[in-house]
Design a protein around this ligand. Structure first.
Ligand SMILES: N[C@@H]1[C@@H](O)[C@H](O)[C@@H](COP(=O)(O)O)O[C@@H]1O
Length: 249
């Protein structure tokens, strides 16, 4: 596990996006294509923004999607498909393939469909975040660390739903869906490289729990301690509770 601490969310995003681009280029050099996972949410704004400015052969990139609410219409401002389409896919040349999660169809069938696809595409680089409750994708605590299913239906806990409301994606807690389709923890851990972008003081406790507590499904992102190539990109606010400080990028 590597930790870098940037001065601001913008600097964090520059460093994380640039690192992701290096790894994507390397995958294309090594085997002619790259399979990536993209996350959404406030924590990914700057990282994805940097990735947009990278010179990459997007036609050789296949994209998988980390998580999506069940039953939320595509037109809703909080839709993660809408987020990726408008903030990312509309701004880069066509990718080789894009495998978004559709939360408006039969959820079990959607998990199956995407599971077949991702098993055929070993992931080179995964971009992820960490929730205020320590979640990884939408795997809230206690997370299922054991399921072999690549995607699963999960129930969202109240801290997770409250975070989404407080970030402004929803007008009220009642409006936040209670279920989602999430990539599983085991599937995320199969990625060759993981870039974990976590800005903001709101995440300081989750960052500390993820990095300094023993690995536990009560702190889902703590499993990343066991990944052979994972870098946490923090800013000074999200890193403020860490007892061990790391190098700045
Ligand atoms: N489901 C999303 C993830 O895709 C994201 O990586 C993580 C961090 O959230 P945020 O970026 O909103 O802080 O949890 C969100 O709820």
């Amino acid at each position: 596990m590597k930790i870098t601490i940037a001065k601001s969310p913008a600097e964090l995003g520059k460093a994380a996006g640039a690192r992701a681009a290096v790894l994507i280029r390397q995958a294309i050099t090594d085997h002619g294509k790259a399979n990536v996972i993209l996350a959404t949410g406030t924590s990914q704004f700057e990282t994805l923004n940097q990735l947009l400015h990278e010179d990459l052969d997007w036609g050789k990139v296949t994209m998988f999607h980390l998580d999506e609410y069940i039953g939320l219409p595509l037109a809703h401002p909080a839709s993660f498909r809408k987020y990726l389409q408008e903030r990312f896919l509309a701004k880069v040349p066509s990718l080789q393939a894009v495998h978004l999660i559709d939360g408006e169809v039969d959820a079990e069938a959607e998990c199956e469909r995407l599971g077949v696809l991702i098993r055929e595409h070993p992931i080179d680089v995964a971009l992820v975040g960490v929730g205020e409750n320590g979640h990884l994708a939408f795997n809230d605590p206690p997370a299922d660390f054991d399921t072999e299913r690549p995607y699963l239906i999960v129930t969202l806990d109240e801290p997770c739903r409250r975070q989404q409301m407080n970030e402004g994606w929803f007008a009220s807690l009642e409006e936040v869906p209670t279920q989602a389709i999430s990539m599983s923890v085991k599937q995320i851990m199969k990625s060759a490289h993981i870039i974990c972008s976590v800005p903001d003081a709101r995440k300081a406790q989750a960052v500390k729990n993820s990095l300094e507590q023993a690995v536990s499904n009560q702190f889902p992102a703590s499993i990343l301690q066991q990944h052979p190539s994972c870098t946490f990109f923090l800013d000074e606010s999200s890193a403020q509770l860490l007892s061990q400080k790391a190098s700045t990028p």
